[in-house]
Write a protein that binds this ligand. Structure first.
Ligand SMILES: Cc1ncc(C[n+]2csc(CCOP(=O)(O)OP(=O)(O)O)c2C)c(N)n1
Length: 634
């Protein structure tokens, strides 16, 4: 038997017997379970993808043939089979393998993903490039039924069905009936009907025997296609969605049945047009705890393999604080509704669903739709709150602008996972929200420094007549209570510590850092004021004027990109209103930030306490403020 550690290239898989492949499948599952139990990561999606990935690599010749994984969170098996076994233990750790496809890691990763529903568009683009450049290889998009709730998929499928330009493309739909949570919506219902109307188990058997009758590869093409049509047509039933779009549909087939998968993929290769292969899998397949709780193990922190438990933590994540505050408010105001785009658990809004099922809406992975849905709700008299990760609202930019802000509608955006600190890496860092929201007329932008302030902001945001976004990180660590003593007032920044040598205008999670830095620098005789700039738009003009009269250097500090961020806002304001001050923005530079633990990433971008202190000290040295302070101290 061949060991997984001996597979250095997917081409080696093609010589293996079925038994060897099945043994390999077991090894892959064991390796993934062990690694994810240690590092955390996307477990159940990958366990469900083992046979599909083996089949893909046995039938296609990567890297010549291109395989695009939608979202990319299910690419661990692919990584193990494409020469990354020996560094797989490092997955999702700082400097280690990414949890998503990364072109720089391997020539077998042909397109980078992280956000959902992009694979069909990307694969169609690769296919059209192939056609125009007169190349000859296969392109496969691997898409989950959850990702298929995203609007981009429909735009791409519609384009695939374009009669004039039909091209050779394989879309492998991995249908496990789950997004992160149970999948939602009409298409999901349609897939269920396909499974049911095909008489799923019966079809499974018939397809198997039917396919066994199909001649082996190398038989004359026409004979093969004729046989496929005869044998496949009677089993595969879609007269609905995909066929209507002009796409050939094959399925449903058992996505854990390796021989059947390989046969179907071989047949799909023969079509000169787009083919959808509908595979049915079980999320978490092969690990009891993940099969039982696929949502919990979709993206899991480290856990104990024997019982599936995660180490207990006493911290309350910030999202939960925000949702609980809203649950309270919703008692008083029946107009409050909550919307999520397929993230009820991650955003904590499943708690709101339990309290108010009729006022909760999971729209699937459909951020653009969610925003305009909220705009419609607001126009219709409701008070919607859209809980969404900062990075995923990037999708809904035009909807925020065009549908919410232009009409000044009371839609509230609760931006979770703002800032750094994500093992998921570049695609998931929440570093751009101020920049993509700040310039929109009517928008109010808030960033609490602790959980108490977050809860207060929910109430204040609710009372605002227009759109408002509150951004907060997941981690409670930088947001534990105790920083603010006065109530939150819109556009009124609170001074948390007085000082006469310099001031730090700190935003959100950076407020605690600023307090520590100021404390540390006080040991060197520096007296630094720390201001909690919790309203990022509109700015606190009074505070800026006061700082201007003090004539001290002002540092802005934010866990956000410098371009277009809070520091930029302060600079722009001061330039516009002739407030003459020395302003030094500190934040994230103009580069994508990779994956890693929060501490390492803060250090990497220079936002850890030591780096911030050094930056401030250097500036003050260069301005000779340090020498003055030292002299005064002595
Ligand atoms: C635009 C966007 N919104 C939300 C997410 C978060 N997310 C990651 S995977 C996932 C579910 C994907 O479900 P599916 O495609 O069926 O794959 P499965 O994990 O079930 O195999 C979601 C909602 C995302 N990656 N991108």
């Amino acid at each position: 038997m061949v060991a997984l550690s001996d597979i250095h290239d997917p081409s080696e898989l093609r010589n293996l017997s079925l038994d060897e492949c099945l043994a390999l499948a077991d090894d892959i599952r064991t390796k993934i379970i062990q690694t994810v139990s240690h590092n955390g990561g996307h477990l159940s999606s990958n366990l469900g993808m083992v046979e599909i990935t083996l089949a893909l690599h046995r039938v296609f010749q990567s890297p010549r043939d291109k395989i695009v994984f939608d979202v990319g969170h299910q690419s661990y098996v692919h990584k193990l089979l494409t020469g990354r076994y020996h560094c797989f233990d490092s997955i999702r750790t700082f400097g280690g393998l990414s949890g998503f496809p990364k072109c720089e890691e391997s020539e077998h990763d042909c397109f980078e993903t992280g956000h959902a529903s992009t694979a069909i568009s990307a694969a169609l683009g690769l296919a059209r490039a192939r056609d125009n450049l007169k190349q000859d290889h296969h392109v496969v998009a691997v898409v989950g039924d959850g990702a298929l709730t995203g609007g981009m998929c429909y735009e791409a499928l519609n384009d695939c069905g374009n009669d004039r330009e039909k091209t050779k493309l394989i879309i492998l739909l991995n249908d496990n009936e789950m997004s992160i949570a149970r999948n939602v919506g009409g298409l999901s219902n349609h897939l269920s009907k396909l499974r049911a109307s095909a008489g799923w188990n019966r079809t499974k058997r018939r397809v198997k025997t039917g396919l066994q009758k199909i001649p082996a590869i190398g038989a004359p093409l026409e004979a093969i296609i004729h046989t496929i049509k005869k044998s496949v047509k009677s089993f595969f039933v879609d007269e609905g969605f995909f066929s209507t779009l002009g796409l050939r549909y094959l399925g449903p087939i058992d996505g854990h049945d390796l021989p059947t998968l390989e046969k179907i993929l071989e047949q799909a290769k023969l079509y000169e047009e787009p083919v959808v292969i509908h595979c049915v899998t079980k999320k978490g397949y092969g690990y009891y705890n993940a099969e039982r709780k696929p949502e919990k193990f979709h993206g899991t922190p480290p856990f104990y393999i024997d019982n599936g438990e995660t180490p207990k933590s006493n911290t309350v994540v910030n999202g939960r604080v925000a949702v609980d505050a809203l649950i309270e408010l919703a008692k008083e105001d029946p107009r409050i509704t909550v919307v999520t785009a397929a993230m009820p658990l991650g955003t904590g809004t499943n708690r709101f669903e339990r309290a108010y099922p009729q006022r909760f809406f999971d729209v699937g992975i459909a951020e653009e739709h969610a925003v305009t849905l909220c705009a419609g709700m607001a126009k219709g008299g409701l008070r919607p709150f859209f809980f969404v990760y900062s990075t995923f609202l990037q999708r809904g930019y035009d909807q925020v602008l065009h549908d919410c802000c232009m009409q000044n509608l009371p839609v509230k955006f609760m931006l979770d996972r703002a800032g750094l600190g994500n093992e998921d890496g570049q695609s998931h860092q929440g570093l751009f929200d101020f920049a993509y929201l700040r310039h929109l007329p009517h928008m109010t932008l808030l960033a609490p420094c602790d959980q108490n302030e977050l809860a207060q902001m929910v109430r204040v945001a609710h009372e605002l007549p227009g759109p408002c976004a509150i951004r907060y990180p997941k981690n409670a660590a930088s947001m534990e209570d105790g920083l603010i003593s006065e109530p939150f007032i819109l556009s009124r920044w609170q001074s948390l510590r007085h000082g006469r040598d310099a001031a730090i205008l700190a935003v959100g999670s950076m407020t605690r850092t600023s307090m520590r830095v100021a404390h540390e620098l006080s040991g060197q005789g520096l007296d630094i004021e720390v201001i909690n700039a919790s309203t990022v738009k509109p700015l606190d003009e009074g505070c800026l004027r006061r700082l201007c009269t003090l004539r001290i250097p002002v540092f802005t500090l934010e866990e956000h990109t410098l371009l277009g961020g809070f520091g930029s806002a302060v600079l722009e304001h001061c330039a516009q209103f002739d407030l003459s001050m020395d302003i030094f923005p500190i934040g994230v530079g103009d580069a994508f930030v990779p994956h890693g633990d929060h501490e390492s990433l803060l250090h990497l971008v220079g936002l850890d306490e030591a780096s911030v202190a050094r930056k401030i000290l250097d500036k003050l040295h260069s301005r000779q403020i340090v020498c003055r302070a030292e002299a005064a101290h002595e």
